[in-house]
Design a protein around this ligand. Structure first.
Ligand SMILES: Nc1ncnc2c1ncn2[C@@H]1O[C@H](COP(=O)(O)OP(=O)(O)OP(=O)(O)O)[C@@H](O)[C@H]1O
Length: 294
């Protein structure tokens, strides 16, 4: 699947607004202040379109005119400093937050111009892996993964069992089916959360810091799993992470958000070769650059 995506990406040139001379500081200041409208693959379909979205909490402006389209059947990572609105963005896509301004389109529907019932139908096509797996502590791993099937479908229990065991097999957890979340490691909780996120065959899967709390080896194994499952089933994956290695390893595209706006968007290696001072600083973890402690 990834090879397939890569081939399609080569079919047309990427469109980007970032074509300034490297030393043009005013150009970058303008991008930091106003954001960009860019799309690394305008010739492909997009399952999610974020159009000039603004969101404030009281006097605190979090999303300040965010434009970001997510390319179908590929893995896009959203990077950015803490508190810049990445999780708020995911909540908008899943319909948990309504924008103050702008449009959130999922599967070509403006999700705030449709009925709650229609929104719920879209929601069923979206899987989410939360930071801690968000498992129910009172249910064993099997019942946690079975939960969306029992809630949203009328499948017989024998069918539920087959689907859940297939998913648990895929993430290497068949022997843990009877264990409770409190009895398994952080990595196993993530894998169980991933199995649950996939159980309704979602077209769109969102990962909110899938690597948080995992050691580097477990992170690497989880990344392999994400790539393997994506290669097998396809779908549009959106990842939010602070882990630069994860971003580099799994992503087809990288978007960088700062102060609620998109400031870079392109294929993964393009981000890692960017001349933009902020992007270079952020991806190298350097203390010198436009990003300070404020
Ligand atoms: N429901 C809410 N009410 C008030 N403020 C909120 C709410 N949700 C988020 N915020 C604020 O919005 C800002 C952005 O939060 P968000 O969680 O999206 O950041 P983030 O980029 O995901 O950060 P991190 O990388 O640290 O997880 C934060 O300052 C947060 O406190």
């Amino acid at each position: 699947m990834l090879g397939h995506v890569t081939d399609r990406r080569k079919a047309a040139p990427a469109m980007t607004t970032q074509v300034a001379p490297v030393d043009n500081q005013a150009f970058y200041e303008d991008i930091y202040a106003n954001g960009i409208v860019a799309d690394p693959a305008p010739h492909l379909e997009h399952s999610v379109k974020i159009k000039n979205v603004k969101k404030s909490f009281g006097s605190f402006d979090v999303l300040t005119g965010l434009n970001l389209n997510f390319v179908d059947d590929s893995i896009t990572t959203v990077l950015g400093p803490s508190g810049t609105g990445k999780s708020v963005l995911l909540k908008h896509i899943v319909g948990l937050l309504e924008p103050d301004e702008g449009v959130v389109e999922v599967f070509d529907q403006d999700i705030w111009r449709i009925s709650p019932a229609e929104r719920q139908e879209i929601r069923k096509r979206v899987g989410i892996l939360f930071q801690d797996g968000a498992l129910f502590g009172s249910m064993n791993i099997f019942d946690n993964v079975a939960f969306p099937l029992r809630k949203h479908t009328r499948k017989r229990e024998s069918e539920v069992r087959k689907i859940v065991m297939d998913r648990l097999d895929e993430v290497g957890l068949t022997r843990a089916e009877k264990k409770y979340p409190g009895e398994v490691s952080g990595g196993m909780k993530k894998r169980a959360g991933f199995a649950r996120a996939l159980v309704l065959n979602p077209s769109l899967v969102m990962f909110d810091e899938p690597d948080s709390g995992l050691d580097p080896v477990r992170t690497s194994l989880l990344n392999d799993l994400i790539l393997r499952v994506h290669a097998e089933h396809g779908g549009t994956y959106i990842l939010v992470t602070h882990d630069i290695r994860t971003a580099r390893k799994v992503s087809d595209y990288v978007g960088v958000v700062w102060k609620g706006k998109l400031i870079h968007y392109g294929e993964t290696e393009e981000a890692f070769n960017s001349d933009m001072p902020f992007v270079r600083q952020f991806l190298s973890g350097d203390s010198i650059g436009p990003l300070g402690m404020d």
